[in-house]
Design a protein. Structure first.
Lengths: 437, 287
């Protein structure tokens, strides 16, 4: 083991434009999109035939046949087939977690280069055999005698033909992510207007970033798409105000119904990849260093039961707890950061997170802090748009943010700092700090 | 005209008087790639769904013109019963699915063959006036006769590329299998669905029996495409892919693919029990 750790460099990234589900990528599988994304990265950084230290990737919605999806994708790509790979799955935190894993191995000197990747398709989602029918099939498989087989087959019922479709609901609560978020939005009294304003800012920021060519070296067209299909450059508060609420309709005597299709992310298809390496490896291959990975933290909350002192926490509030720990460990305040990338699962997720960091009582009682983290300069938030505008292919979002923030920090200059905060299903949150190079 | 209709016309005109020489017809069409069709082709053959056309895909753009040219009485050989014995494809540069393409097809080299007569159907594809793809499909008509042309040596010496070993007796590539393919009974129907090549010998055991095959057989171009797909990520941008078809690949079958890297490309074959269904080479082309 090396005596001291070194900081992993973010060299660059590549993603395909994100598509709304059942749109341009309806025919593409996770493997197709991941290979296209890796090959785009290979083309951009001259990695053809090169052995990379490792590729960590993953998908949230995954077919059972896609065991070792990432390694299979490496084998179909132009990377050297001697590049090892493994899959990670941590809901919407997958993409950032893969970057952290790769960065940590680089920091320890175990690898010199690595690719963090994520992909998801809601259009080519796995549909499984009905669980009752599956049990009959397994029993049939175990049957030794004709009698056993007949008994197993006798268990088949017409209703078992209905397949199982993956659902956007928490297994333990039965609530969808949107319903969970509506509870948190109500708790923090996040208004419909504030959510719509954040959504509009996301679309405008993303459109402006495309217009100034910010994504020219971050995005490779795929299947005829050159920009994120969900982007609405002409989005306005007036237009969004016309949409009917879709979540939280039954809570808070109607006041909880603030979340619409306009201020929530749609189901999305897409993939992203980030190239990381040691400074030495980057220099050896004449590649730029955009930023370094400073540190990362993952938190989880009890969103199911709660304790004797407080009720259950909001499903998507784990970053609220992760960020103070991360800041303290690095001797930073929230205001020391130049950019904030807070994943817009829903507009209310971002606003509830900021509200929690500004609340003195919450700081004292729940975060164990004398003072709240305080407000942030909103002009530094999601400056190139975020998931409300790009869409959110679950495991691909982390890579999108890491590459974009690294480039933004590089433009800002050495020593600039940015925070990434990504909430995830199952009550988890992954956060990280990058520093511009 | 739909391909099915053309096949019906070809069947109706397969008996009776025919021309004795090749028509000098050159057929042309402009084509744009339907992305859903490309994705379907990729799935059936095992390619990644993407923007660059697999080298074998443009064959499908030229194929309807091939059939149109061969379906009438002006073509000297009856289409039913023609056997695809060899194919050569050159991709001059990667072709993007969004490019409008001009497709041309003509017939060449109508020559005697020890077992009958053979003819080449030659396709060329351009994008914006630039030649991007060439294809040459060699068909054999068993028992047919062709005029001996002193300028063209008699087949098989005139075959478009040299044959190292007879494809149906010995496999080309040494070494153990790269992959075992379990080719299921629906393969012919699925490839017929995306290619439009609805020749009955590929569709069902009964329709195949009518043409003397014990079971349905895989399309040679499916086998060629599936072998190429196995090398995705390991291929040069500009390449020439030559194959000879040997024994029919009866469906269903378990067959072996062998690939062997050479200096500027690959040698490959698809075999079962030591007999080759396909033997081919992939070579970097200079563009």
């Amino acid at each position: 083991m090396p005596k001291t750790a070194r900081r992993a460099a973010v060299i660059g990234g590549n993603r395909i434009p994100f598509a709304r589900a059942n749109g341009a990528y309806a025919q593409a599988s996770n493997r197709d999109m991941l290979i296209a994304t890796l090959d785009g990265l290979v083309a951009r950084f001259g990695l053809a035939g090169l052995r990379i230290g490792e590729v960590a990737g993953g998908a949230v919605l995954k077919h059972s046949r896609d065991r070792d999806l990432t390694r299979e994708s490496v084998l179909g790509s132009r990377l050297s087939p001697t590049t090892p790979a493994y899959d990670v799955q941590q809901a919407c935190g997958t993409g950032l977690e893969t970057a952290i894993l790769v960065a940590n191995k680089i920091a320890l000197g175990q690898i010199e280069s690595g690719i963090a990747a994520g992909v998801d398709t809601a259009s080519d989602a796995p549909v499984a055999v009905n669980d009752d029918f599956r049990r009959v099939l397994m029993q049939l498989n175990r049957a030794r005698s004709l009698g056993d087989r007949l008994r197993a087959v006798a268990g088949i019922r017409p209703g078992q033909i209905v397949p199982e479709i993956p659902q956007n609901a928490e297994p333990r609560t039965g609530l969808s992510m949107g319903e969970h978020m509506a509870l948190t939005a109500l708790q923090w009294k996040i208004s419909r207007e504030a959510q719509d304003e954040l959504a509009v800012a996301s679309h405008h920021n993303l459109a402006a970033a495309y217009d100034r060519g910010f994504f020219d070296d971050l995005v490779t067209p795929y299947l005829g798409l050159t920009r994120d299909a969900n982007l609405r450059p002409d989005s306005s508060v007036e237009k969004l105000a016309k949409l009917k609420p879709v979540f939280g309709k039954g809570i808070g005597d109607g006041t909880g119904a603030t979340m619409t299709a306009g201020n929530s992310t749609p189901l999305t298809d897409g993939a992203s990849a980030v190239l990381l390496g040691s400074d030495g490896w980057a220099a050896e291959h004449k590649l730029p260093v955009l930023a370094h990975v400073v540190d990362a933290e993952t938190a989880a909350v009890d969103f199911v039961h709660g304790s004797d002192t407080h009720g259950p926490d909001g499903l998507l509030t784990a970053p609220v707890f992760a960020v103070p720990r991360l800041l303290e460990r690095n001797g930073l305040t929230l205001q020391d950061l130049d950019y904030y990338e807070i994943h817009e699962a829903f507009a209310s997720t971002v606003l509830a997170t900021l509200a929690a960091w500004e609340d003195p009582a919450f700081a004292k009682e729940r975060l164990g802090l004398d003072a709240p983290l305080g407000p942030i300069d909103r002009s530094k938030l999601n400056v190139n748009g975020s998931s409300l505008a790009t869409g959110h292919p679950f495991a691909a979002t982390g890579g999108r943010i890491v590459a974009s923030l690294a480039k933004q920090l590089h433009e800002k200059g050495p020593g600039s700092r940015g925070l990434i905060s990504i909430c995830a299903a199952e009550g988890q949150g992954v956060v990280a700090i990058l520093e511009g190079a | 005209m739909r391909l099915g209709t053309l096949y019906a016309k070809a069947a109706l005109t397969s008996v009776g008087p025919r021309a004795h020489t090749l028509p000098d017809t050159q057929l042309h069409r402009s084509a744009t790639v339907d992305r859903a069709h490309l994705a379907g082709y990729a799935r059936v053959c095992g390619f990644t769904v993407g923007d660059t056309l697999p080298a074998t895909y443009p064959h499908l753009l030229a194929f309807p013109l091939q059939v149109e040219l061969m379906a009438g009485r002006s073509f000297p050989l009856p289409l039913p019963g023609l056997v695809h014995v060899a194919n050569r494809i050159t991709v001059h540069r990667p072709i993007d699915a969004s490019e409008p393409l001009d497709v041309g097809v003509r017939a060449e080299r109508f020559v005697p063959h020890p077992k009958g007569a053979q003819v080449d159907l030659v396709g060329d594809i351009s994008a914006g006036g630039e030649r991007v793809w060439d294809g040459r499909s060699t068909y054999l008509a068993r028992g047919a006769t062709a005029p001996a042309d002193p300028t063209i040596p008699t087949a098989p010496a005139s075959r478009p590329f040299p044959v190292r070993e007879s494809a149906d007796s010995r496999a080309r590539v040494d070494g153990s299998a790269t992959a075992t393919w379990r080719v299921d009974a629906g393969t012919g129907r699925r490839y017929a669905g995306v290619s439009g090549d609805v020749n009955p010998i590929h569709l069902h055991p009964l329709t195949a029996k009518a043409f003397g095959f014990p079971r349905a057989i895989a399309h040679g171009m499916w086998t060629a495409a599936h072998a190429l797909a196995a090398l995705e990520g390991r291929l040069p941008d500009a390449l020439t892919y030559e194959v000879e078809f040997g024994r029919p690949l009866l469906l269903p079958s378990i067959v072996e693919l062998r690939t062997h890297a050479v200096d500027d490309g690959w040698d490959l074959d698809v075999t079962s029990r030591g007999k080759a269904h396909l033997a081919g080479t992939i070579r970097r082309s200079v563009g």
